[in-house]
Write a protein that binds this ligand. Structure first.
Ligand SMILES: [Ca+2]
Length: 273
């Protein structure tokens, strides 16, 4: 979660909200310091909702703003409120506890991450945008079509980093541009995250455009898990129904948004347990 204040009136600039939605796909939600502002869902992915109180000065102010945010509730769908208060005017964790204890059974006080997960569910978004489990590819064995350079081999797509410069990627300009990960044993796989050129600081016009992901239990027979046409994002997230797999393969049909023929994958993450 993030609270941002990037306009003079305290709201979120729409372009900034959309930029977080596209470039920070694991983010659950945004708040903004414009008291009472409504809910916005950026790019159909990321909820942003203003605080119900900015810098509440004491317990009574918190209670008043909560009452104001709850006014007219229809009791048929959830109503969300976010409270922020000032520690430098004597508000303490005990103040929050006292406020919570003053509320009746209509109210449930939750952590910020849970609040956004509930808000996401209430608006038809996945509670957690990321696939469950850990990145199984980290310990995997990577192989692929020929690399652009000796230091841009398949292992760079499973080394867990994107921040060390251009050599943190697997690059291949040879069709079929394929990257294969052996997870070393059969695992339950439920999603993938692909970090494209822009995720490593390169030109986002080199982000992979058309690609597919297949899985296999024997390394010979493959079944489609994901098919993407027209991606432009620097980080793409793909959740799938859980399946058993030992191998995962990224197959790239159109490597960039331009005529450049090199696939640039900073990380190919396979999620599950
Ligand atoms: Ca890498």
């Amino acid at each position: 979660m993030l609270t941002i204040w990037n306009t003079i009136t305290g709201g979120i600039n729409a372009n900034v909200g959309q930029s977080f939605a596209v470039n920070a796909p694991s983010m659950l939600g945004l708040t903004a310091q414009n008291t009472g502002g409504g809910l916005t869902i950026y790019s159909g992915k990321l909820p942003g909702m203003a605080l119900s109180c900015n810098y509440c000065t004491n317990e009574q102010a918190m209670k008043d703003h909560i009452a104001s945010a709850a006014a007219g509730w229809n009791r048929t769908s959830p109503r969300f409120a976010i409270i922020q208060a000032q520690p430098w005017q004597g508000v303490t964790p005990t103040s929050f506890l006292n406020v919570r204890n003053s509320l009746n059974a209509d109210y449930v006080v939750v952590r910020p991450d849970h609040l956004f997960m509930l808000m996401r569910e209430a608006n038809g978004l996945p509670a957690d945008p990321m696939p469950a489990g850990s990145n199984l590819a980290l310990g995997g064995l990577a192989s692929g079509s020929p690399s652009c350079a000796a230091n841009e081999g398949p292992d760079k797509a499973v080394n867990g980093t994107v921040l060390g410069g251009n050599a943190e990627k697997w690059c291949s300009a040879s069709a079929p541009r394929q990257l294969q990960i052996d997870l070393r044993s059969a695992r339950t796989v439920n999603g993938f995250v692909v970090r494209h050129a822009g995720a490593g600081g390169e030109n986002s016009a080199w982000n992979t455009r058309d690609f597919g992901i297949q899985t296999s239990t024997d390394g010979i027979n493959w079944s489609d898990a994901v098919t993407v046409f027209g991606n432009t994002a620097s980080i793409s997230v793909h959740k799938i129904a859980a399946r058993s797999a030992r191998w995962a393969r990224l197959s790239i049909a159109t490597p960039t948004q331009t005529s450049d023929g090199a696939a640039r994958i900073y990380e190919f993450e396979v999620y599950g347990n």
